[in-house]
Ligand binder design. Structure first.
Ligand code: ATP
Ligand code: MG
Length: 362
């Protein structure tokens, strides 16, 4: 898919801005604090109705404004679709084809995107929570069914945890909640397993390319509840059993101790754990391989490539890796890149792209 144009009003440091994009490669160049990341954030927001850097939508509204608007036109295999989002005092409004969507989940999926930013290093280096949210965002982008199970799971989990904090806790009531929780947990676990398997397949190939065939990257799912059988019913029955085994402990500790809210992923290069033993460069290329692998995972799922947003990554790559990255990708995937210096752009890729200079919100 391609993002043909975008319009911003009162978004971050943009009063109003209207751009048409190149189908292959768009480069935003500018000094620090001019609005390069803000622009990628606007594209990400148009795609997923959320910012990648804040959970608070209000922060995206320009300081002196009450509302922010982002709209754009997406071209996919079937049609051209106008999308628009508004952040107002009353909340968010989302329109597809000028029609307001009653649920944001109906909006998501029209513009798919993958973003790679410096903070994505945390997927490799950070806490398990970061990796879970990585899976949840990416799985959610390609599977509405996953989003539904995940939100059920989270709601039931919160209910159960709240109940466990009450003064008198009845284990029969916990069992009732466990029964519902086990069904959702099984669905979440199986989707995660399948997603990570596909992701691992592509990431391995990409990482091998990036490292000139020297390194083998493996991505492993570490579910908190270990299981053998992939059948959904068998798995949820098994999870229920596991829940029942820890009821007394959970009542004592007043929280849910096991389940997919404690899952993790591990990354191995040539068999060693990248989080613990990897060099800075290996950790970075692992994160990059994962993000690039997502392009293929999404393609496999929805039949076309998403768009790719690369924030501040060029300066971290050497010349040949950069050229490899941008030339191999831009022919398949519409790419948006930010950088502070023109010298970061390899002359070999200059011929087929559009360059934008970003200067304090213009
Ligand atoms: P760098 O190269 O340092 O990453 P950048 O060009 O990516 O810089 P951005 O993060 O896009 O910079 O923009 C930062 C600027 O946007 C800052 O000057 C900041 O004050 C301004 N800004 C952030 N949020 C808002 C807002 N809600 N309203 C107005 N301006 C904002
Ligand atoms: Mg920036």
């Amino acid at each position: 898919m391609r993002l043909k144009e975008i319009e911003l009003n009162g978004f971050r440091n943009y009063e109003s801005l209207s751009l048409t994009f190149h189908d292959k490669l768009n480069v935003f160049i500018g000094q620090n604090a001019q609005g390069k990341t803000n622009l990628l954030e606007a594209i990400y927001f148009l795609s997923l109705t959320k910012s990648h850097r804040t959970p608070r939508d209000k922060e995206m509204i320009k300081f002196d404004k009450e509302e922010a608007y982002v709209s754009g036109r997406v071209e996919n295999l079937r049609s051209t679709i106008p999308l628009s989002l508004a952040i107002t005092k009353k909340g968010k409004r989302a329109k597809v084809n000028h029609l307001e969507m009653s649920k944001l989940s109906e909006y998501i999926g029209h513009l798919n995107c993958v973003l790679f930013a410096p903070e994505d290093l945390e997927i490799v280096k950070g806490a398990p929570q970061v990796r879970r949210s990585f899976i949840d965002i990416e799985c959610g982008q390609i599977s509405k069914v996953y989003l539904a199970h995940l939100s059920n799971y989270k709601r039931l989990l919160q209910q159960k945890n709240q109940y466990l904090k009450e003064r008198h806790v009845d284990s029969v009531m916990i069992s009732v909640l466990n029964e519902q929780l086990a069904v959702e947990a099984a669905a979440v676990i199986l989707k995660r397993e399948a997603f990570i398997k596909t992701l691992s397949k592509y990431a391995k190939r990409i990482h091998s390319d990036i490292s000139n065939g020297i390194e083998t990257l493996t991505v492993n799912y570490h579910p908190n509840i270990k299981y053998d059988d992939d059948n959904k019913d068998t798995l949820s029955a098994f999870i229920l059993e596991e829940y029942e085994n820890v009821i007394d402990k959970e009542i004592e500790r007043r929280q849910t101790l096991i389940g997919p809210h404690r899952d993790d992923i591990k990354f191995l290069i040539n068999g060693f754990d990248v989080q613990t033993y990897g060099s800075q460069g290996q950790q970075r290329s692992t994160a990059l391989s994962l993000k690039l692998a997502e392009l293929d995972v999404i393609k496999e799922e929805i039949g076309e490539y998403p768009i790719l947003l690369l924030d501040d990554v060029l300066s971290e790559l050497d010349e040949s890796r950069q050229a490899h990255l941008l030339t191999s990708i831009r022919d398949r995937v519409q790419t948006f890149v930010t950088t502070t210096s023109i010298s970061d752009i390899n002359h070999r890729i200059m011929d087929d792209m559009k360059l934008y200079t970003v200067n304090s919100g213009t």
